[in-house]
Design a protein around this ligand. Structure first.
Ligand code: NDP
Length: 368
C-alpha cells in the first residue's frame, strides 16, 4: 500500500491513467481532483519532530515540505533525508520570511513548552496556520494570547492532541456519549514515567513552565474531559516531592489531583515523573465500564469494556493526526473531539487551577 502510494505520488497522471485498470484510474482521477495536500513545515527538530516526520511519510493528505531549526547541521540532514528544498528551510530568526513562501500552508511548533507562545505568534504573523504541540502554552493567559493572535492574523490554530484521532479512544468516547456505560460518575487517570537526564529542558522551568503536569499529567486532564464529556467545575490537588534537587522550584515531580464535574462525576488522577508503567484510564458507569492501558502511549492502545475487548487496528497516531488535521485546515472538517486553540486553553485553565490548589491547599472553582 505504502509503495503504491509513493508510486501514485511520483508517477505522471496521464501515464498513470493509462496504466491502471479503468475503474481504479477513475477513482484516482476523482480523488486527486478533490483532495488538496497540506504542506507542512516542522519547527524544532528534536525527538518528537523526528517521530512526526517519519509518521508523515504515510500521510495521504499532509506532506512535510520544510523545517525551522536553530541548528544548521540538522537542517542539512533533514533536507537530505526528506528531500526538502532549501527555500523551505528557515532559522527561528527568519520565520517572518515565511510570509513570502507560497509553498508552505502550516507550521507545526514542536519546541520546548515555554517557546510555544513566541513561536506560534511568529508563525501566525507570517500568515501560516499553526499546529502547536501540547501543552499549547505554559498557562491559560498565554494560551488565550495565541488564540487571539491567530484570530487576528486570520489563520487557524490546532493543538497536537493525537489521542483525539485514535480509533479505540474514539470508540469508547462514542459509547460513552451513546449511554452504553450508563451514568458515568468516575474517571481515573494515571500518567507518568521516570524522567532521565536531569539537565534536559523538561526540568528547567524557564523552558518547561512546570514539571510532570505540563508534560504528562496533561494527558489525564484531557482524558478526564473527553472520557466524561463534561468540563470540570472544581479542582483539588496535592504535591509530593522526593527529590528536590532534580525537581527544583516550580518543577512538579508528583501531583495527585481531583476534578469535580457538573453531573457529580469525579476524576481522580496522578501525574508523575517518578514512576513507570503509569498510562491507564478507567471509566466507571452505572451500566458498565471502560478501561485503557496503555491509554495514551504511542500505541497500540489496548482498550476493553464490560462487553469485551475493542479491536480497532493500530495506525501510527501521528499519521492519522496529520491527515485529519489536513482535512480540518483544508476542508473545514469538524473533528469528533476538538483540537482547536480553545481546547488547548481549557486544559491550561485546569493546570493553572491545579497549581493554585497545590499552592493554597484550597478547592479551586473553575468557570466550567
Ligand atoms: P526535544 O528536546 O527532543 O526537541 C525540542 C527541539 O526544540 C530541539 O531539538 C530544538 O530543535 C528546539 N529548540 C529550540 N529552542 C530550544 C531550546 N532553548 N532548548 C531546547 N530545544 C530547543 O523535545 P521533544 O521533541 O520531546 O518535545 C518538544 C515538544 O513536543 C514539547 O512541547 C513536548 O511537550 C511535545 N511532545 C509531544 C508529544 C506528543 O505525543 N504529543 C510527545 C513528545 C513531546 P532545533 O535544534 O531544530 O532548533
Amino acid at each position: 500500500m505504502k509503495n503504491r502510494r509513493k508510486f501514485l505520488q511520483t508517477a505522471g497522471l496521464s501515464t498513470l491513467a493509462l496504466s491502471l485498470p479503468w475503474s481504479e484510474s477513475l477513482a484516482y482521477l476523482s480523488s486527486s481532483k478533490e483532495e488538496k495536500v497540506l504542506r507542512v513545515a516542522l519547527m524544532g527538530l528534536g525527538s518528537y519532530a523526528s517521530r512526526v516526520a517519519e509518521a508523515m511519510k504515510d500521510c495521504r493528505r499532509a506532506k512535510l515540505v520544510g523545517v525551522i531549526s536553530g541548528t544548521p547541521s540538522k537542517i542539512a540532514q533533514w533536507q537530505q533525508k526528506y528531500g526538502l528544498e532549501a527555500k523551505n528551510c528557515y532559522s527561528y530568526d527568519t520565520v517572518h520570511l515565511l510570509k513570502e513562501n507560497k509553498d508552505i500552508d502550516a507550521v507545526y511548533v514542536i519546541t520546548p513548552n515555554a517557546l510555544h507562545k513566541p513561536h506560534a505568534l511568529a508563525v501566525a504573523t507570517a500568515g501560516k496556520h499553526v499546529i502547536c504541540e501540547k501543552p499549547m502554552a505554559i498557562n491559560a493567559d498565554e494560551g488565550r494570547e495565541i488564540v487571539a493572535a491567530c484570530t487576528a492574523a486570520g489563520v487557524q490554530l490546532l493543538v497536537g492532541y493525537r489521542m483525539h484521532f485514535e480509533a479505540n479512544t474514539l470508540e469508547i468516547v462514542k459509547k460513552q456519549r451513546a449511554g452504553e456505560f450508563g451514568k458515568t460518575l468516575f474517571f481515573q487517570g494515571l500518567s507518568g514515567f521516570i524522567i532521565g537526564n536531569p539537565s534536559q529542558w523538561r526540568l528547567n522551568r524557564a523552558l518547561s513552565g512546570g514539571g510532570a503536569m505540563m508534560d504528562i499529567g496533561i494527558y489525564s486532564i484531557n482524558g478526564a474531559r473527553y472520557m466524561l464529556g463534561e468540563e470540570p467545575v472544581w479542582v483539588t490537588a496535592q504535591e509530593e516531592k522526593t527529590d528536590p534537587v532534580k525537581f527544583g522550584e516550580g518543577i512538579d515531580e508528583t501531583i495527585t489531583f481531583q476534578l469535580g464535574f457538573p453531573s457529580g462525576a469525579i476524576a481522580s488522577c496522578l501525574s508523575t515523573y517518578s514512576l513507570n508503567h503509569l498510562d491507564k484510564f478507567f471509566l466507571s458507569g452505572s451500566k458498565g465500564f471502560a478501561e485503557m492501558q496503555p491509554s495514551t502511549g504511542y500505541g497500540p492502545i489496548k482498550a476493553w469494556t464490560h462487553a469485551g475487548p475493542l479491536d480497532k487496528p493500530h495506525v501510527t497516531h501521528q499519521t492519522t493526526q496529520m491527515d485529519e488535521m489536513a482535512s480540518i485546515l483544508l476542508d473545514g472538517k469538524t473533528p469528533f473531539l476538538p483540537v482547536n486553540g480553545e481546547e488547548g486553553v481549557k486544559d491550561l485553565q485546569i493546570i493553572d487551577a491545579i497549581y493554585e490548589a497545590v499552592r493554597t491547599g484550597k478547592k479551586i472553582m473553575l468557570p466550567g
